[in-house]
Each structure stands twice: as structure tokens, then as C-alpha cells.
Design a protein around this ligand. Sequence first.
Ligand code: GTP
Ligand code: MG
Length: 210
Amino acid sequence: MTDFAYDYIQKFCIVGNSAVGKSSILVQLTDKRFLGAGSEPTIGVEFGSRLIDLDDGRKIKLQIWDTAGQESSRAVSRSYYRGAEGCLLVFDVLNRRSFLDLHIWLDDLKQWAEEEVVIILVGNKVDSEESREVTSEEGKDWARENGMEYVETSAKTGQGVEEAFERTAKKIHERLLQDREKMAAKRKKQQGSFPSLQLGAARKSAGGCC
Ligand code: GTP
Ligand code: MG
């Protein structure tokens, strides 16, 4: 399959504290490997892309901007929120601080991202259960309270990584279809009212009078 064989593009960004595993998640999705020791803090922003299949047979190309969690790169990161239709908000289940800081990232997204952006909460590094500092329940509750879905991942084993992107892509696609239906219904309604306007115009010209 060539890289051109897709129906349309969805833009994503990945945000969250430094070292939660954002770049590792991206590389696991695009290259199916764990960055491991080769992983270094992202400076500025990195980019990756991947085709995914939806249930209706459509193929979507995901264009993903992996942002830097470090404070010094926040201004650069923000400029990539704009235009993103999907966003992975990532914390590290082995690091409570990264969970407590989620509200900072969400506030940032609310301020800088598109209003309709679909955000999914991602609890990463679930391969090391014994060192967990945040439970699944806490992750689920936070996601529910903030109106988003929750998924647990391991960029090391690959668990949940495709699911995180696919679930978000599916939601974006469903909304696109709903918007199209609404537009079509609106157009139909407008067309429905058109004949009476024409009739009015015809009467006017036939009568020859005001
Ligand atoms: P910044 O670019 O600084 O914002 O960090 P990041 O969020 O991109 O983190 P990165 O992917 O560089 O990973 C940080 C560290 O966590 C690295 O040592 C990774 O090997 C490790 N790591 C990432 N994901 C996982 C995971 O799922 N499991 C485990 N055990 N370690 C992980
Ligand atoms: Mg990174």
C-alpha cells in the first residue's frame, strides 16, 4: 500500500510532563519498537505519521506532533496545539507528579487548542505495575470528571498504544460524519423552501404588477 492510499488526514498532538513517555509512544506507534535507552528529552517538537484503518474501511493518515514536556519548550509546544483535531494527554502511572500536573496541561489546551479538539487521557508505563503511584481508578475518575476517555499504555510493550490513537481517530471521524449529515440536512431544508420563492417570483413576473 502506498503512502497516498488514504481518505484524509487527521492532526494530533501529544502533551504531558517531561519523561512520561510521549516520544516513546510515538515511536512505538510509527516504528513498532521501544526507544528505550535511545530516548532523549524532546527539544522543540518532533513529527511522525502513520496510517490507520477505521471500521468502515476508511484509511486515515495521522500526522502527529510530539511536543516537549520541558518548561523551556512550552511556548513552542503551544503553537502546535492549534489545528490539532486529536490530542493524547499523557501521564506516567509510576510518577504521581505527572498525574497531579495534568490540570496544567488541560488548561493550556483549553487556552491554545481548537475548541473541538478530542482529548484522550493516557496513563503510560503500565508494564511496571509494582512501581505504580497512580491507580487505574484514579486515571478513570480524572478522565470522567474532565469529559474524556481513558486508556492505559506501555510504550515498552506496545500495549494500548494503537488503541489510544484509534479510539481518538474514530471519535473525530464520527463527529465529521455527524457534521456532514447536519450540513446535508440543512441544505435539503434550504432547497425545500426554494420552490415557494420561485413561485413567488413567477407570480410577480406573470402579473406584471408590483
Ligand atoms: P520529553 O521529550 O522530555 O517531554 O519526554 P517524553 O515524554 O517524550 O519521554 P520519553 O519518551 O523520552 O521517555 C522518558 C523515559 O521513560 C525514557 O527513559 C523511556 O525509556 C521511559 N519510558 C517511556 N515509555 C515507557 C514505558 O511505557 N515503560 C517504561 N518502563 N519506560 C518507559
Ligand atoms: Mg519527548
